[in-house]
Design a protein around this ligand. Structure first.
Ligand code: ASP
Length: 432
């Protein structure tokens, strides 16, 4: 599967380049892009039913509430820890490379003028999010109407809240009474998983369409050069997380080998790259970690939907680097205290970022506010945000998958046999 998706992606880039070269962008936008949009819509369409079916199933399979709180505690603890490690890594890199110093006055003005309006509307969105009081995120967690919450993919956390609550109710009632509900949910879960399998058959084509449209619509590369060092700082950080940190963590705690780790997770990474949305990628991540990396669905159905919405290591790293870059470009001196407050706010801002394209940039405004950097500085990084968003989404999704492996291992809920024989498993899979 990952080869097919990769080939789709490469062919998409080539097609986009060729059509753009001869001035036929519109053709791609009219006739190819819609298939990419359909693919993303299918993934989003299945996200809420998937969370409902698999999370209720997962929770009702647990023996009692204490198991749930154990899993919840571990999940949130590891999520927080990896996010803090990610921002800190980003800060170390940006302070060594100092990309902001390579921006001269003229480029700065060009960027501010060129992207000022775009940045303005993003800042507007951030201000709306900001003006609501410190406990608003907690209030937002509890929906007043479950159908209202389910009708908007942006309310995933509210749906998760309801579903966990429902699952707890299900565990606590008489098993005789809960049996038909459980059986129904089990059946529903199977159906949803099968639907994902069917959607994934179209993944190579969907990814082809998305990449072709992305390349055809890409802005000119002129200003990219000025932002080269900044982009490099973000990419080095994300690369370290994706290629070194996660596979090493997974290796140490679960024994999974480097190649097997990527064999398991790469289709989700490729979909993350092409859609720039952890939420849209969620069905693929769940399928891969559960069916191909052997983590029990009790764990994946709990850890991954929550991770897709709150655990964004790539986003937090990017917010740290971008905040310092903008401060450097505006000639602000940051104290150690400022850097520490970046760690805290970027961690919170990444938790608050929605799992959709560009969300990390909106929440970056909050980080800029705490260090006194101008929000208008967003215009400096606007031009190059999309490609960085694609890579930070890979990071977010890989982080979620890694934590699912870790939590699965710590609860002894990883593959048959208990300590996975990765080779046997893959051979079995290949032979079947
Ligand atoms: N696009 C990212 C995601 O969905 C969020 C971000 O903008 O950083 O994971």
């Amino acid at each position: 599967m990952h080869w097919k998706i990769l080939i789709g992606m490469v062919l998409g880039v080539i097609a986009g380049l060729i059509f753009a070269r001869f001035g036929y962008q519109q053709l791609i936008i009219d006739w190819v892009k819609p298939f990419g949009t359909i693919f993303i819509n299918l993934l989003k369409l299945i996200a809420i039913p998937l969370i409902i079916a698999s999370l209720i199933k997962g929770i009702s399979d647990l023996k009692d509430i204490s198991q749930l709180s154990k899993m919840g505690g571990r999940t949130l603890g590891i999520y927080l820890l990896t996010t803090v490690i990610a921002v800190t890594t980003g800060l170390l890199i940006v302070n060594i490379i100092k990309p902001g110093l390579s921006i001269n006055e003229e480029t700065r003005q060009d960027l501010l003028e060129g992207y000022g309006t775009d940045a303005g509307s993003t800042i507007e969105l951030a201000t709306q999010a900001q003006g609501k009081g410190p406990l608003q995120p907690l209030v937002d967690l509890v929906p007043s109407n479950i159908f209202g919450a389910m009708s908007d993919n942006g309310n995933m956390l509210q749906v998760i809240f309801f579903v966990i609550f429902f699952g707890i109710g299900l565990i606590l009632i008489d098993p005789k009474v809960s049996k038909p509900v459980k059986d129904f949910i089990d059946g529903l879960n199977e159906i949803v998983l099968k639907m994902i399998d069917i959607i994934m058959l179209g993944a190579p084509y969907g990814v082809f369409a998305l990449m072709a449209a992305l390349v055809a619509e890409a802005p000119s590369l002129d200003l990219f050069q000025a932002l080269l060092w900044y982009a490099l700082a973000v990419l080095i950080g994300l690369g370290l997380l994706i290629l070194v940190f996660y596979p090493t963590l997974a290796r140490i705690f679960t024994g999974i080998r480097y190649v097997e780790f990527f064999k398991g997770v790469s289709p989700a990474q490729l979909v993350a790259f092409s859609t720039s949305s952890s939420a849209a990628t969620l069905p693929v991540t769940m399928e891969r970690v559960n069916e191909h990396m052997g983590v029990d669905d009790e764990v994946t159905s709990f850890v991954l939907p929550i991770g897709a919405t709150v655990n964004m290591d790539g986003t937090s790293l990017y917010q740290g680097v971008a905040a310092v870059f903008i401060a450097q470009a505006f000639g602000l001196d940051l104290t150690l205290g400022d850097q520490i407050s970046i760690v805290v706010t970027a961690t919170l801002a990444s938790i608050g970022s929605a799992a959709v394209p560009s969300a990390g940039m909106i929440m970056l405004v909050i980080v800029l506010g705490t260090i006194g950097a101008p929000a208008a500085g967003l215009a400096l990084i606007f031009a190059i945000d999309r490609p960085l968003d694609m890579v930070r989404t890979i990071t977010n999704v890989t982080g979620d998958a890694t934590v699912a492996l870790l939590v699965g291992k710590s609860l002894d809920k990883i593959g048959p046999p208990q300590v996975r024989q990765w080779d046997d498993y893959y051979h079995k899979e290949e032979n079947s």
